[in-house]
Design a binder for this molecule. Structure first.
Ligand SMILES: Nc1ncnc2c1ncn2[C@@H]1O[C@H](COP(=O)(O)OP(=O)(O)OP(=O)(O)O)[C@@H](O)[C@H]1O
Length: 252
């Protein structure tokens, strides 16, 4: 299987805090990789380095190489905006644009590419909403405010907005932790479907969720990658004692 994303000896500092320590890891294409580990171990920090989000924080320093399709996304001359288009991000709390309709939310990122005709926009909105299984629920009220949707629907809308710009990789930072169990299940089913088209990297606190949705699991502890491998193996016969202690709930 092709490796879509590769981190090679990545270190991330915030001022004096060494948040990610010498992490090397591969993320295979069209698969879901879960990043697990106790609070503060560097999961979100690692995730955000993959679409250059740390560029927005002056105290952050990213060292090492982060490759997407073999090219370093931190190379001089690479536009971070173009990276964020290829590597989309879904956050913990659904964050639709509050003053916009459902329709405008889906198309918001895509519009930044320039002018387009209405039929093209209609197409993208319909395809994206169908892909997140939201179309049937909202097709008769596309022009109403997105904030009228439930939390779970808002999160699926945000995923639709992310896929509307045709990314290759989708980063998800605890995408279901603010949702009720039924909405969580829908997001998990959606992740399973999305991996056919995208490479997905998901941070989760929820061990059962990691076991359910991911093909591969990476366990981080205090900024270091302790172990990474097939989810089945990590959850049944991990190589490291620390991993076993964490997944069996002995700490964290
Ligand atoms: N913008 C920032 N500025 C300064 N320090 C930061 C920043 N973001 C993260 N850190 C620090 O980096 C370390 C790792 O944080 P990170 O949020 O990546 O952990 P996490 O594993 O995602 O935690 P949680 O599961 O609680 O969300 C922590 O010590 C945190 O305080």
């Amino acid at each position: 299987m092709n490796n879509k994303v590769q981190l090679d000896q990545v270190n991330i500092h915030f001022g004096k805090t060494h948040a990610v320590k010498n992490v090397s890891i591969l993320f295979p294409e069209n698969s879901v990789t879960a990043i697990i580990g106790p609070s503060g171990c560097g999961k979100s920090t690692l995730l955000r380095s993959i679409n250059r989000m740390h560029d927005l924080f002056p105290s952050a320093r990213v060292e090492g190489r982060i490759l997407v399709d073999g090219s370093d996304i931190y190379d001089k001359g690479v536009d971070p905006v173009s990276i964020r288009r290829r590597v989309g991000m879904v956050f913990q709390k659904p964050n639709p644009f509050p003053a916009m309709s459902i329709y405008d939310n889906v198309i918001a990122g895509y519009k930044l590419n320039g002018r387009m005709v209405k039929s093209e926009a209609d197409d993208i909105v319909e395809t994206s909403l169908k892909r997140v299984a939201l179309w049937e629920e909202v097709k008769d009220r596309l022009k109403t405010n997105a904030m009228n949707l439930s939390g779970g629907q808002q999160q699926r809308l945000c995923i639709a907005r992310t896929i509307a710009v045709k990314p290759e990789v989708i980063l998800m930072d605890e995408p279901a932790s603010a949702l009720d169990p039924i909405s969580t299940l829908k997001i998990e089913e959606l992740i399973e479907e999305l991996k056919e088209r995208y490479t997905i990297i998901i941070v989760t606190h929820n061990m059962q969720q990691a076991a359910r949705v991911s093909d591969y699991t990476a366990f981080l502890y205090m900024g270091e990658l302790v172990e990474c491998g097939e989810t089945k193996k990590i959850f049944t016969t991990p190589e490291q004692k620390q991993t076993e202690d964490y997944i069996t709930g002995r700490f964290g």
